[in-house]
Design a protein around this ligand. Structure first.
Ligand SMILES: Cc1cc2nc3c(=O)[nH]c(=O)nc-3n(C[C@H](O)[C@H](O)[C@H](O)COP(=O)(O)OP(=O)(O)OC[C@H]3O[C@@H](n4cnc5c(N)ncnc54)[C@H](O)[C@@H]3O)c2cc1C
Length: 395
């Protein structure tokens, strides 16, 4: 019987995929290499910070969403496509698609979050969230349909003035050009509440240049097929709309809800500083499903940057636990914030640097290129970015 440790990673996003890749890279004698299984309900990893670029067709889906089979080729990591429907923490067993089971010695939970639409009447039927590749395809399809209808104006309402809402609004406005009438709706008193002043200022300029309306202190009361009801200072106003995009909220999955593990008020898994969950040292959790604090006790945001940094520690700590070495407490390093503000425009602030315009756009692209999983994928995408303008020029 094999004595190799079985590591099961549920969710192949920023937390899960990068943990698998890091763990595979750590030095271990061949005969002791753990068996790593990565399970995801989809067949592709999604680099979500670049999802906006699909709307403007600046990037193609193969660049930002490589298939797991391709990313994991030659690593020995087993990929299993399927939805994890149950986890038996006592028996150390994961159930996939309500049928087959996978045993584990160490479990990594990184199933991310979902965008809740069930909080406003009509939103499930009439609004499109912006989180997955499928969501982006739905939005593109709908925009294409509206563009081909040759109506004079296309009215798009985007709910949420956080990073996702603002970035999406700029890309949609750039895609639609003069035909577009884009508005952002948020219940807060300002856009980008958690951003740096520099990024907020640049975002306001970008929104103004694109004539994007900003409805602050406004709540969505109802969404219908062709109109949206908004409440401002107690008054309800109903406005016509062709498309409603939803960017607010982060809810954990039903799988996480079912788990008999300690959770925060928001339903996020509570962690030890080693990224192991409370009271179970064989289960690690990272990314958007976990409540993680920095060394000062501040709760970290649900970002790729956090999940990415956690994956290094998670991989190391699993390796250390297996090899009877001391585990490391997670230390978060805030590296700054970047945002796309339309085609060929971005804002970036961090590590004492502030950039905007085309320079920030290029810097953002290069930083993300470096963050794409595997050197092979980075090279293929990078080469495409260099050669594509030449091909377009010649054709
Ligand atoms: C449009 C958009 C733009 C963003 N831009 C930025 C940005 O610029 N910078 C930044 O830092 N962060 C950004 N974020 C946030 C960032 O993407 C998330 O914080 C990050 O992806 C969290 O990583 P994760 O591993 O927890 O979850 P995810 O990356 O969401 O991965 C979760 C994975 O789990 C899988 N899964 C879920 N449930 C199951 C199940 N039951 N069984 C099997 N598989 C399952 C999903 O298919 C998915 O692949 C953005 C998010 C979005 C949606």
């Amino acid at each position: 019987m094999s004595t190799k440790q079985k590591i099961c990673i549920v969710g192949g996003g920023f937390g899960g995929l990068y943990t698998a890749l890091r763990l595979h890279e750590l030095p271990t004698e061949v005969e002791e290499k753990p068996e790593i299984t990565l399970i995801d309900k989809g067949d592709r990893f999604l680099f979500s910070p670049l999802l906006y670029e699909l709307i403007t067709e600046e990037l193609q889906s193969w660049e930002i969403a490589p298939p797991f089979e391709e990313v994991l080729a030659n690593t020995g990591i087993v990929f299993r496509q399927g939805e994890v429907t149950n986890i038996d923490l006592e028996a150390k067993q994961v159930t996939v698609d309500n049928s087959s089971t996978i045993d584990y010695d160490k479990l990594v939970l990184s199933t991310g979050g979902k965008t809740p639409l069930n909080i406003v009447p009509g939103a499930i039927a009439n609004a499109i969230p912006f989180r997955s590749l499928k969501d982006a395809y739905r939005i593109i399809e709908k925009l294409r349909h509206l563009e081909e209808s040759h109506q004079d104006i296309i009215r798009v309402a985007i709910v949420g003035a956080g990073y996702s809402g603002v970035e999406l609004a700029c890309k949609v406005a750039d895609r639609l050009g003069d035909q577009g009438r884009v508005r952002i709706i948020d219940r807060g008193t300002q856009i980008l509440d958690n951003a740096t002043d520099f990024n907020r200022e640049k975002a306001l300029t970008a929104l103004e240049e694109r004539q994007i309306w900003i409805d602050l202190e406004t709540e969505v009361a109802k969404v219908e097929a062709d109109e949206i009801a908004l409440t401002f200072k107690g008054e309800v106003d109903t406005i016509p709309v062709d498309l409603v995009l939803w960017t607010v909220g982060n809810q954990v999955s039903t799988l996480t809800e079912k788990l008999n593990l300690e959770k925060s008020d928001r339903g996020l898994l509570k962690l030890q500083n080693t990224l192991q969950v409370l009271n179970n040292d064989d289960v690690y959790a990272l990314g958007d499903i976990a409540e993680c604090q920095d060394e000062h006790g501040n709760i970290l945001p649900a970002t790729a940057q956090v999940a990415f940094q956690q994956s290094d520690y998670c991989a190391w700590n699993i390796w250390a636990q297996i090899n009877h070495k001391p585990l490391l407490p997670f230390r978060y390093q805030a590296l700054g914030e970047m945002m796309a503000l339309g085609a060929d425009n971005a804002a970036l602030s961090g590590l004492g640097l502030q950039l905007d315009g085309s320079l920030a756009y290029i810097a953002r692209r290069l930083i993300y290129l470096y963050r794409l999983p595997t050197l092979k994928h980075q090279l293929t995408v990078g080469l495409n970015w260099i050669t594509q303008p030449i091909v377009e020029l010649l054709s």
